[in-house]
Design a protein around this ligand. Structure first.
Ligand code: KG4
Ligand code: ZN
Length: 349
């Protein structure tokens, strides 16, 4: 397959509650350069409802995507006509929200006479650490921890992903979000819960570490949420006074499992490098515990820049550019913008 070089790739992310747009330039066999990116978070809009309202998300993506695109092009000093490929998040995510990004990307592609490329959202997260000051090298273990996914993968190159284990119920981000919600901490719960946890004692409550000793690399967080609920009910009127302790204990349970399973994945694969990606990768406790455990084992840990941990357009433009650069995929002129709300990462072609 012909390897395409030095392409200017516009990337659009709209799978959930952030509209992200970015422009990257691929450069030979090196890591593509991020020229500009812009993000609009809908968090404030959804906060009143305690979670993402899909219809409102789609409408807001429609409002934001073109102004963000203009802003990104201006910042990079480029014109739309110079864009070689328009990339967009094809899935997984909310169907209506995905359709906005896909529709806009395909319309732009068609109008400009340029090809388009649908990107897997998780591949974007997975490759996002390549935009950091300390980019990883293949192969590595990847811990993907977002609001919808918790997976351990072996990554041998762009498009070469082997699933080692995943959650059988809730994702780690969901465990943060649901626990935070029942403590009355609002949405999104992860950052709020971890902030409160700073003032609490992580050993205050004994909470379950689901599947910690299961002998495989799968996760389960639904039971933890139930245990947090039971504990909160037991506390009754004392909940308010003990909330920080409960938050710290919840965070400790989630982080313990993530760290332990990551170490097992490293041991089983014999790899000395791990990449952490997805929104929960922003968690300070997770970073501290994983860094300490890996330092002892001489394992290198890589994270995306903090602002690129949660959803953004840069990771989508980057993943598209890396796929094109590696010859893994070619952009196409099929402007049918079909999206894949459910799309396992190991099923990408
Ligand atoms: O990757 P992401 O932005 O969206 C998905 O693709 O799901 O991840 C969002 C998730 C949410 O569950 C949010 O609560 C969690 O990441 N999150 C955190 C932190 N920042 C975001 N969880 C724990 N600690 C954080 N600092
Ligand atoms: Zn995400």
């Amino acid at each position: 397959m012909e390897v395409q070089k030095n392409l200017l790739v516009l990337g659009i992310e709209s799978s959930c509650d952030e509209t992200g747009v970015a422009l990257v330039q691929s450069q030979g066999s090196g890591v593509p350069a991020l020229l500009a990116h812009a993000l609009h978070s809908q968090i404030e809009m959804h906060q009143a409802y305690g979670g993402v309202v899909p219809e409102l998300a789609s409408r807001d993506h429609i409002r934001r995507v073109l102004p963000l695109t203009t802003g990104v092009l201006n910042e990079a000093g480029r014109s739309l006509a110079e864009v070689d490929v328009v990339a967009y998040t094809r899935g997984p995510g909310l169907a209506g929200a995905l359709l906005v990004g896909a529709g806009v990307a395909c319309a732009l592609g068609m109008a400009l006479g340029k090809p388009v490329l649908g990107v897997h959202h998780l591949e974007g997260h997975l490759l996002s650490p390549f935009l950091s000051a300390d980019p990883p090298e293949f192969p590595f273990v990847a811990l993907l921890v977002s609001g919808g996914h918790t997976q351990l993968m072996r990554v041998d190159g762009v498009g070469r992903y082997e699933l080692l284990g995943e959650t059988i119920d809730d994702a780690a981000g969901e465990a943060f979000d649901k626990s935070a919600k029942l403590m009355g901490l609002g949405y999104p719960g992860g950052p709020a819960l971890s902030r409160l946890a700073l003032q609490g004692d992580p050993a205050a409550f004994k909470l379950p570490r689901p599947l910690l000793h299961s002998g495989n690399l799968d996760f389960s967080f639904a039971g933890l949420k139930t245990a947090v609920l039971t504990q909160a009910r037991k506390l009754g009127d004392d909940l308010e006074a003990r909330k920080a302790d409960l938050a710290a204990s919840t965070q400790a349970a989630i982080v313990d499992v993530l760290v332990k399973k990551s170490l097992t994945a490293l041991q089983e694969t014999g790899l000395q490098r791990i990449v952490v990606a997805g929104g929960v990768g922003a968690n300070r406790q997770l970073r501290e515990q994983l860094d300490a455990a890996c330092a002892k084992r001489r394992v290198r840990v890589h994270y995306p820049e903090l602002h690129l941990c949660t959803d953004n357009g840069a990771m989508i433009a980057l993943a598209a550019a890396m796929r094109l650069q590696s010859g893994q995929q070619q952009a196409n002129r099929d402007y049918a913008f079909d999206v894949k709300p459910r799309w396992p990462l190991n099923a990408i072609g």
